[in-house]
Design a protein around this ligand. Structure first.
Ligand code: ATP
Ligand code: MG
Length: 400
């Protein structure tokens, strides 16, 4: 089935009248980025409508790309006819109806006629097309109230659009329309999901990963790069900052009481991430923290860790259950990578009984044994920043 166009709908944006132009521009930019492997496709924006003219590029592959673009509410593959002949419209109507799966039992025709030059009125067209369909497709009847499919025909000056499949999009807001956050990205299940949820609300993400080579392997780092690459399918590309963390972990283990090592380590991660946020123009930090899954995920712990930074910390997973996190993780295709068994820096130094209700005052006291400023600065200076492109097999190494 050869579709010429795709009609794109973007529900939520319409609500934001004031910013609408900006959101549309961002959405178009993101769509273009996601289909840049298909250079013949044109993006057409007319009267609050967004169309892609495929110009011979393969519909099915572009459908897969569009399904991952935030800000698209739904879209429809559409036949575009230059001809205004009735029999061409009838033929196209049968074609698109026969392309619907599962096979519908009831339908309804909706004709719109902005082009008043067209000789038949909308009601008349509804009747004629409906009759033609009933005569040509078996086991299909009309239901004007709750049809299985709606056949939409729009008669415009430039031609006629015929469509009836509607594919749900990802929803959300176009990535890049709500500023930027640093995502603390570990190799686990939670932080990629948290990053995806943050991106869904229009936030651009840069990843920050703490790496403890040689306590953790190169493969553990590669796993995080792979996760970041899956996330770029939704964002069109992202920076990933790899922070050398071995020195800090070693010092903490030498100088601080064992039951506070995890808490203090987390406080260092926060400080460094905040520093990187300032450096790269991000306004918030996003993490995969949640409440109550493990002993370290208590309110007390969250508060003690949060205490060292001043920028907002977004924790989307606090609002959902672990089961839901896993469902999202499978849906966005990070799950299989997340469960690969490579150690992460937090699992290397596991204290026998970590404190479950840490106090900021105690953490501060124990940290006095460390040269915090120097350790943070050295870590920031040693950061290796990569640019991860969804379409390039190798990441680009850049040093900032
Ligand atoms: P995840 O599944 O994301 O690893 P988790 O359930 O293992 O999370 P924690 O180990 O308590 O939970 O980590 C909480 C959050 O801290 C992570 O979701 C992530 O945002 C951040 N974090 C932990 N380890 C690292 C790391 N090595 N690099 C960057 N961020 C990290
Ligand atoms: Mg983890």
């Amino acid at each position: 089935m050869q579709y010429e166009h795709i009609l794109i709908r973007y529900g939520e944006l319409a609500l934001k009248k004031r910013n609408r132009g900006e959101f549309e521009t961002q959405l178009i930019r993101n769509i273009k980025k996601s289909i840049k492997g298909y250079p013949k496709v044109q993006v057409i924006r007319t009267y609050g409508r967004l169309y892609l003219a495929l110009n011979g590029e393969p519909y099915e592959q572009i459908e897969q790309k569009l399904k991952k673009v935030f800000g698209i509410h739904s879209f429809s593959p559409t036949r575009f006819l230059h001809s205004f002949e009735l029999e061409d419209i009838e033929a196209a109507a049968l074609e698109v109806l026969r392309d619907v799966q599962p096979i519908p039992r009831t339908f309804k025709v909706i004709v719109k006629r902005p082009n008043k030059q067209f000789p038949h009125r909308s009601q008349e067209m509804n009747r004629m097309l409906g009759g033609h369909i009933l005569r040509n497709i078996e086991n299909l009847s009309v239901d004007v109230h709750e049809p299985d499919v709606e056949l939409r025909v729009e008669i415009r000056v430039e031609g006629i659009f015929v469509s009836c499949r509607t594919i749900p999009g990802m929803g959300g807001l176009p990535t890049g329309s709500s500023g930027k956050a640093m995502l603390m990205l570990s190799g686990g299940i939670d932080s990629p999901v948290a990053g995806w949820m943050t991106m869904k609300r229009g936030v651009r993400i840069e990843g920050v990963h703490f790496h403890s080579y040689p306590f953790t392997s190169e493969r553990a780092k590669q796993k995080v790069i792979d996760l970041a690459r899956i996330l770029t399918e939704y964002s069109g590309g992202m920076k990933l900052h790899i922070v050398p963390f071995t020195e800090i972990q070693t010092k903490i283990r030498e100088k601080c009481p064992e039951h506070y090592t995890i808490t203090i380590m987390r406080r260092f991660m926060m400080r460094i991430t905040e520093r990187l946020a300032q450096k790269h123009g991000a306004l918030a930090i996003a993490t995969g923290e949640s409440l109550g899954q493990v002993a370290s995920q208590t309110m007390e712990s969250m508060r003690t860790i949060n205490d060292v930074v001043n920028i907002p910390v977004i924790r989307p997973l606090v609002a959902i259950d672990k089961e839901e996190t896993i469902i999202i993780s499978r849906r966005i295709e990070t799950y299989e990578t997340s469960i690969l068994p490579f150690e992460d820096c937090c699992t290397v130094f596991v204290p026998k009984s970590p404190v479950t209700k840490p106090k900021p005052e105690l953490a501060e006291k124990y940290e006095r044994e460390l040269d915090i400023e120097q350790l943070v600065e050295d870590a920031v200076n040693g950061v290796e920043s990569l640019w991860i492109d969804p379409s390039a097999p190798e990441e680009n190494h850049e040093f900032f």
